[in-house]
Design a binder for this molecule. Sequence first.
Ligand SMILES: [Zn+2]
Length: 83
Amino acid sequence: MKELYFLRCRECGKKFANAPQSYCEECFSPLEVSYDYEALAHVAHRGALAHRAFNMWRYAELLPLRRFHSYRSHRGHAAGQVP
Ligand SMILES: [Zn+2]
């Protein structure tokens, strides 16, 4: 599966793979999560999200998690619980 997101330096624009990293190795500026919107359009659909509960798992496909966590695996778990 293609990565849906990556890290991008706010200052120089250098891209980094999804990893526990918060600053650019080139210029020491903070990194932000950026999305591949074309790839994301194939896995996240507005209609499916509209029927989900109003918690963070509503937007599971958008979370910068290393592995894809499906919404179904978290359904029924209260906020703060580890599924
Ligand atoms: Zn940079």
